[in-house]
Design a protein around this ligand. Sequence first.
Ligand code: S3P
Length: 453
Amino acid sequence: MSYGHANPVPMTSRRSRSLAGNPAIPGDKSISHRSLIFGGLATGETRISGLLEGEDVLNSGKAMQALGAGVAKSGEEWIVTGTGNGLLLAPQSDLDFGNSGTGCRLFMGLLGTYDFESTFIGDPSLSKRPMGRVLDPLKLFGTQVVSQAEGGRLPVTIRGPQFAAPVSYRVPMPSAQVKSAVLLAGLNAPGITTVIEPVMTRDHTEKMLAGFGAALEVETDADGVRHIRLEGQGKLTGQIIQVPSDPSSAAFPMVAALIVPDSDVTLKNVLMNPTRTGLITTLIEMGGNIEISNRRESGGEDIADLRIRSSDLKGVTVPGDRSASMIDEYPVLAVAASFANGETVMEDVGELRVKESDRLAAVARGLEANGVDCEEGEDWLKVRGRPDGKGLGGAGFDGVPAVSTHLDHRIAMSFLVMGMASENPVMVDDTNAIATSFPEFVGLMRGLGAELE
Ligand code: S3P
């Protein structure tokens, strides 16, 4: 099944001689969404610097405005004036989350305990993604699903109950979005809402809610299962937030610097929250020369500077229990693996099938189109690399179709990175989606020396 942007913008990436520089990586997407949502809900003003100005986050800003919050840019800062917890207004029109699963699912949770109707819509990619994983726990609060497309897909209309009941919910898949949706619904329900999380996922919601003043506690039991308890209907207070650089965006210049010979790239102020650093761990295991310095804390999060130099990589097995901490980084890891000596095995990555595209399939098809030896299982991927990139590339040339990006920003950026080190150029069919998370990507990579046209 294929679908795409109305006006696709293809792009070709050619082998680069070397990459060098010290570019600023934009703000973390997960923290940016949450800064706008919690700021919009809090009492008083939240001032955000370093907000990611990608389409996904801007759509969350617009949704927050539609619910009564003030969201405006002033100089370099974004100022959010909150409504106060429990005081959101009914939206006057459909809420459009574009390409963003995070925006859509977090707002479903947020509005799931409000006694009014809200309708959620999105682009063709988001409209294919499962929303049942959020609607199911919301029903336990008393939320009514007024309408939905087949299989719990968008457009979805929900209505919260008059009197919500708090819930205790064990998240059945490793998903920070589902965890966060339940906690957000719990913010407007009386009593204690509990989320039980067997596999730890990014913990920005927990950390940031506590930072905004919510009564929230996390306990990890003897089996490593996390129990997150939130007291609903408490007061949230506006905060000053500095958003660190997004490790999921840093991943692209990072892998590019490792695989393009004679490269030396420094990326500063990168978020190093352990729930997000699986790719760095893996690349170092593969022999990647990544120097981590200046580790420090900023606004409750670990950050550091990274210096990355070209490296001879070797294949590794990435254990399944690491997948949650690098879930968005598998496409670009598959590209690194294409240039590694030996086989890389990625285990337990079934969640990739429900991202902006079926990323397991999109990556496997893209690798095949570029001559990479790979094997795709239901929830795993194996890639056998060619260290010098010899014979790799070629999608979009000599009768081979360009890489199909399926409106998926990370598929587009990953294969552009591949073309920077493969013998033959790589063409991707559309780069529009890159603006959802990393609008600066093309300019930034060209600034390092990449040949993108
Ligand atoms: C996100 C959670 C992850 C991740 C997404 C951002 C978040 O999704 O893939 O890019 O900010 O909560 P899942 O919760 O579906 O794993």
